[in-house]
Design a protein around this ligand. Sequence first.
Ligand code: GLU
Length: 487
Amino acid sequence: MKIRVRFAPSPTGHLHIGGLRTALFNYLYARKEGGQFILRIEDTDEERSTQASTDAIFQGMLWAGLNWDEGPFPDGSVKGEYPPYFQAARWEQGVYQKYIDGLLAEGKAYKCYCTPEELGDMRAKAQAEHRPPRYEGRCRHLTQEQVKRFEAEGRKPVVRFKMPAEGETVFNDLIRGEVRFANKDLYDLVIRKTSGIPTYNFAVVVDDYLMQISHVIRGDDHISNTPAQLRIYDALGWRPPVMAHLSMIHGPDGTKLSKRHGDTSVIEYKKQGYLPQALINYLALLGWSTPDSQQIFAAGELERKFDIKGCQKSPAVFDPVKLLWMNGEYLRAMDETQLYAAARPFIDDAGVARGADAEFLRKIIMLEREKYKTLKEIPDLISFFFTDKVQFDHEAVNKVLKQEGAKKALEAVIAKYSVLADFSELPLEAAARAAAKENGLKAGQVFHPVRVAVSGRTNGPTLFKMLEYMGRDKVLARMQAALELCS
Ligand code: GLU
C-alpha cells in the first residue's frame, strides 16, 4: 500500500499548536514510511474561512520545517496529481456534486426542507422530552405534494445522509484500538448545505478517497465524526483509510489547551523567540514517546524514530516550562554562526546594536549563551554594550555604587586599567584584584562597582571577558562617568 497522509486544516483562525502537532505526526509518519505528505485546505465554511488564515497555515508550517510533498504553496503554485487542494475550488469544479446526486438517486440521501426555526423547535421539544436533540428524520419520507409545497414556498433544501438506525459501526484505530459506535446514536447529517456547498463530513470523505489517502491521522476531537464518515464511505462503496486519532492536548490544569493557558498560535512562538526545531521536538513528545523516553532529538532523528505505535491514548499535557527548557537546550547547542543568524532578526527588531560590526556582535551574543532561553531575551541582555550612555538600574546604583568604598574602588581600577599593557580577561582580573588588595577592599567590593559602572546592572556576562570585549576606551569612560553617582 502506498502511504499517503494529509494535514487538512480549516483556515478559520491562526495555526494552533494542536494543529501543528497533527501536521507534524502526519509529516513524520510519511517520512518514516517513505510516503507522501499532503496539505489540503478545507475552506468549505464560507463565513469563517479567510485568506489570512490560509497564509498563517503556510507560514507556520514552513517555519516549522514541515514541508509538504503535495498541495498548494504560498506563491500560488501547486504540486501533486490531485489538484485543486482547496475544497472551495474543488466544489466550484463540481467534484462533490456527482456523489451527492448518486446518493440521492439511490435513496441513500434525501432533501430536507426543514427551516432553522423548525429545527430549533424540534430540538427544544426533544430536550423537554429528555431525548437527544438530534434530527429525527422528518423529511425522510416526504410525498411529492409536500415537496412541491415546500418548493413553492421558496424553501431551499439541504441534503441529508440516511444513517442506519440499527447495528454498530466498528473500526480499528491505530492508536485507540477497536472503537465501536451504536448506529442509533448517529443522525441524518447534512452533507450539502442550502448554498450547495458540501459539509466537512462529506467533503473530507470524498477528498480523502479521491486523493488516495491511506491513513487519516488527526486529533481525537474528530473521533465522534468517524462513524458518520465511515457510513458515507460504505454508502459510496469505497474502502476507508486507516484511522489514527491522536490524544488531545490539555493545559497543565487538565482542561483542553486554550488561550487561557497562554499562547496557542504557532506564529506567536516564533515571535517569542522559540526555535522551530525546539518547538517541533517538544510537540513530537506530546502524545508520543520512544521506548526509552528520549527527550532531545538530533536533526533527522525524529523522522527515523517516529513510530505510531508509540502514540498514547491519554491526553498529553502541554507544559510551557518544559518547552522553555528545551528551547534553551537548542540555543546552547548552536554554534556561533547559527546563533548569530537566529538572534539577528530579534536584535534588529529591538533596535539594539545598530551599525555594530557583525564579528563583534557575534562574540557578544556568544558571551551569555548559557543563559538564553529564548531569542527574544537576547537584545536586552546585550544592549548595554552598544548604548552611548549607560542606563543605570536604580537599585544597582543604590546597592552598589552608593556603598562605602565604591568610589575608591573605581578610582583604583581606573588608575590600573589606564596603564594596563594587555587589556584582556586575565590581566584585567589580576589588576582588579591588586586594586582591591592595595586599598584594603574585598574582591567583591571592587568587582561589583566595576560591573555596575560599565553596564548599569548587577548581573551580566562574566565580568572580565565583558570588559575585554568592551575595550579600554569605553570601560574607562564609563567608570569615570560612574564616579559621579558614587557617594
Ligand atoms: N478540516 C478539519 C479540521 O481542521 C480536518 C479534520 C480531519 O483531519 O479530518 O479540523
